[in-house]
Design a protein around this ligand. Structure first.
Ligand code: PEP
Ligand code: MN
Length: 264
């Protein structure tokens, strides 16, 4: 079902609030790694909306490496995302970790994110195949393009054909960057599949100063969208501060992407 051989036309996915991904316009999803407070999420939502973001991201259930690290605000985080949506109209994108939450996510969020660590959680993928919400499927930390597309197939096999693929960097021998952004994968999956592809330069590089250039490179490579971590106060972020850009930096980036879109 994900194979372009049987579906030659590009799939365009509606995110809500008249934002789409996979069409002519670049879709930029922006927001903090984690929801931390009402003031934080509503404030960031308002700024990224002014800069032209298509949707708001924010984690409420976080897959942290250490069990002692901040695990996210949980249900309260979802409620705060809804407040930010009510204030701005931006559709909300947030990560699901457990099949226990599927019903709640189906009711409360616009796009359900499957994180890199759950890309091959087949039980989760199968159950998401029975939902009606678009699924943002991140590429696994060490997954091949074939494995990634097969995970999309798991969701689509259940009847949900609205899958957005997300390249977020893969594990290599290199340690300077958090991961290695595989931009050739954007070209590969767009050739093999009709599904839209977005790039996450924040998790790929792990460093805020690299986000602008890698975003531009992703657009030049043909990405349909970007998902970018934006935080009001990166040095004090509860999660992923080092890779988060400020609302002002995001605004400048959106200006440069607008200019770039005219050339590619
Ligand atoms: C995230 O988007 O905050 C996240 C945890 O991403 P990934 O699953 O790509 O590591
Ligand atoms: Mn993050």
């Amino acid at each position: 079902k994900a194979n372009r051989k049987y579906h030659p036309d590009n799939t365009v996915i509606d995110l809500g609030n008249s934002a789409t991904v996979g069409g002519d316009r670049l879709a930029v999803i922006a927001g903090p790694c984690s929801v931390e407070s009402e003031e934080q999420i509503v404030g960031v939502a308002e700024s990224v909306k002014r800069s032209g973001a298509a949707a708001l991201r924010g984690g409420a259930f976080k897959p942290r490496t250490s069990p002692y690290a901040f695990q996210g605000m949980g249900n309260e985080g979802i409620r705060l995302l809804q407040e930010a949506k009510a204030a701005t109209g931006l559709p909300i994108v947030t990560e699901i970790m457990s099949t226990d939450n599927i019903e709640m996510f189906e009711m409360c969020v616009d796009v359900i994110q499957v994180g890199a660590r759950n890309m091959q959680n087949f039980d989760l993928l199968k159950q998401l195949g029975h939902t009606t919400k678009p699924i943002l499927l991140k590429r696994g930390l060490s997954s091949t393009i074939e494995e990634w597309l097969m995970s999309a197939e798991y969701i689509m096999a259940g009847g949900n054909d609205r899958v957005i693929l997300c390249e977020r960097g893969i594990r290599t021998f290199e340690t300077f960057t958090r991961n290695t952004l595989d931009l050739s994968a954007v070209l590969a999956v767009k050739k093999l599949s009709h599904l839209p592809v977005v790039v996450d330069p924040s998790h790929a590089c792990g460093q805020a100063w690299m986000v602008e250039r890698m975003s531009m490179a992703a657009v030049a490579a043909g990405a349909d969208g970007l998902i970018i971590e934006v935080h009001n106060d990166p040095p004090h972020a509860k999660c992923d501060g080092a890779q988060s850009i400020t609302p002002d930096q995001f605004d400048a980036l959106m200006g440069r992407l607008g200019a770039l879109a005219q050339c590619v």
